[in-house]
Design a protein around this ligand. Structure first.
Ligand SMILES: *Cc1c(COP(=O)(O)O)cnc(C)c1O
Ligand SMILES: [Zn+2]
Length: 457
């Protein structure tokens, strides 16, 4: 069976454009495009057949179907030749059962979808594999594409650089100077991307890259390019699969440029249309208070959305004042009983540290989502019995400076409530032992004195 997909205008203008065409916006009204699949073809397969197919492929080795994204190829980008797929075995990430943290909050079931446990350490891999594969296909079809470019808050550039390096395609990344973590900066450098550090913020980089890709035949890799959304939407399919095809009740996701929240919704809507699921979850979008245009819009009933000037935040990947996918996100939230809530710097930093104490290792953006979870539970706006998933967007190891500064109490305006510091001690048995017992008693109360071997001597 041959499946088909095309670009069309999100606002509903007439016109279909090939996924192999270099086009990002509707030529009639200038709105974003989205990928539409020929659902009538997809519906010819029964839901059980899809489920069996997805199960058979998941994390197996037959190229490229073991990838969490390409295991759903028919629903993602069906017309790419398998040999032109550029995959780094993305997706298939752990759905972490946050049992201890959930119980602390009085919740029945809390899960963290660990999208940061991916090749470049963030969920951006899910979308980038689709986009770079499309570029490889276009080059194979004879299109002249000298390079692929993106503006980034750090994770998009890392993903673009890695997938392009694997495919032998030139990547260009535009980063706001001194606004990404060292780990994020070294990623494109290591993967030999042309790395430009601009004296501006993300929104400034975005303006330049748009002009660059409009005027030159350099291909645009930002999420304005809706091919990325097709890969990112597989997170909904994958986490439903990980619950044996049961839909969780609530999903909390951090939002910046707002492509990912739309992607999450699209995955569920398409599964529902295909009869794979019957219900939809509630979607809650979490923003930092320092870059919160969607939150402000939500407060006014989503009547309109005004760009804001994003302020410096620990959650640097969502320091975005003028989100490209705002309208798509609002449409999604309206369909998913959506809520938007915000978190302060202090709330997000302490939320990370609290979660880390239960075995997680959270990035600041996941901290924003967790802080919103804590707030909604405390204010009784979220049912603690509801099966809840937090989307963790990046790996904490990309943000070690943030975590170290937190524990060393070096973040201005943040009082660390869960501080843990290394204790300097001489290489002396008695001194080491005394510190250990003092600490154990502090954490667990008095130990049953003398029961521990050696204590009586
Ligand atoms: C990109 C990114 C986000 C935000 O995703 P959007 O699609 O821009 O809303 C959140 N967290 C991390 C770690 C990211 O890299
Ligand atoms: Zn249009």
């Amino acid at each position: 069976m041959k499946f088909k997909a095309w670009f069309q205008c999100v606002m509903g203008c007439e016109g279909k454009y090939s996924l192999g065409e270099i086009i990002y916006k509707c030529p009639k009204c200038g709105s974003l495009l989205e990928v539409q699949h020929d659902m009538s073809l997809l519906k010819r397969r029964k839901p059980e057949t899809w489920i069996r197919l997805f199960e058979d492929r998941f994390r197996h080795t037959t190229w490229p179907y073991g990838s969490g994204v390409w295991g759903k190829k028919e629903l993602v980008n069906p017309e790419i030749a398998d040999e032109n797929v550029v995959s780094l075995f993305e997706g298939g990430t752990n759905l972490f059962w946050a049992d201890r943290l959930g119980r602390e909050l009085g919740m029945k079931e809390l899960w963290i979808k660990q999208c940061g446990n991916d090749h470049t350490g963030s969920f951006k891999d899910l979308g980038m594999t689709v986009l770079v594969s499309q570029v490889k296909q276009m080059i194979a079809d004879g299109k002249k594409i000298p390079a692929v470019a993106c503006a980034s808050t750090g994770d998009t550039s890392a993903a673009l650089a890695a997938f392009c390096a694997a495919a032998g395609i030139k990547a260009i990344v535009l980063l706001p100077r001194n606004k990404v973590s060292n780990a994020q900066l070294i990623q494109p450098i290591a993967n030999n991307a042309l790395t430009l550090a601009l004296e501006t913020d993300f929104d400034g980089c975005m303006r330049i890259v748009q002009e660059l890709t409009e005027k030159e035949n350099i291909y645009l890799a930002n999420s304005m390019n809706s091919l990325r959304i097709e890969g990112q939407k597989t997170v909904s399919i994958e986490l439903t699969q990980q619950f044996d095809w049961e839909v969780p009740e609530v999903i909390i996701i951090p939002g910046g440029n707002l492509g990912n929240v739309s992607a999450l919704g699209k995955g569920f809507l398409e599964m529902k249309e295909l009869g794979i699921i019957d219900e939809l979850p509630q979607i809650i979008c979490a923003q930092t208070e320092r870059a919160n245009p969607l939150y402000l819009s939500y407060k006014k009933g989503f009547k309109q959305i005004e760009p804001v000037k994003a302020k410096k935040t620990l959650a640097s990947a969502i320091q975005i004042g003028n989100p490209v996918s705002a309208h798509k996100a609002i449409r999604t939230l309206k369909q998913f009983n959506g809520v938007v809530e915000q978190a302060t710097e202090s709330e997000l930093a302490n939320a990370c540290a609290r979660a880390d104490r239960t075995g997680l290792f959270c990035c600041p953006h996941t901290g924003v989502a967790l802080a919103v979870l804590f707030k909604l539970i405390e204010q009784k706006r979220l049912d603690p019995k509801a099966r809840t998933v937090v989307i963790s967007t990046a790996h904490g190891l990309k943000f070690t400076d943030f975590k170290l500064n937190y524990h060393e109490d070096k973040i201005q305006g943040v009082k660390p409530m869960y501080q843990n510091l290394p204790i300097p001690v001489a290489a002396d048995f008695k001194k080491v032992r005394d510190i250990i017992y003092r600490q154990i008693e502090k954490d667990f109360g008095k130990t049953s004195g003398g029961k521990i071997r050696g204590k009586q001597q």
